[in-house]
Write a new protein. Sequence first.
Length: 150
Amino acid sequence: MGGVILVRIRRLGLGLVAGLALVSCSSQTDSALADAQQVCTDLGYENGASDRSDDSSAVDDWTSADWDDAEADLNDTANRAARAAREDRRWDRLSNAVTDLQAGAEPLAKIKDETLPQYDRDAAQAELDRLNPTEVLRVLDQECRKAQAR
């Protein structure tokens, strides 16, 4: 009789542990999704879409200082994206794209800095080209669509 009770207690314990693991996993997944959604909102996405045509001319007029500020402003967003990826690997691409977006701000600041020699600005352009901004924006579009899907 004592052995049967011990087996039932073990089964109950294993069931509780499995249940707690699922709740913990679900909680992390929910938290990661919330972080991913906030990242996309911070980047100007709404319902999974970004209308870049509204602000593209304004960004074209940005100075070197504006790009330096943008790089600093992206810190919190990049950290939030990294946290989402840490909690749920499905957000790795979003995190990487935000990091690349932030990394692109530095060469853009150099490209816009007319006090730098042309050689330095050309090197910054080559660095930006290696980051492949078009691909970064494509990944952001995909990941934010996924994050903000209703």
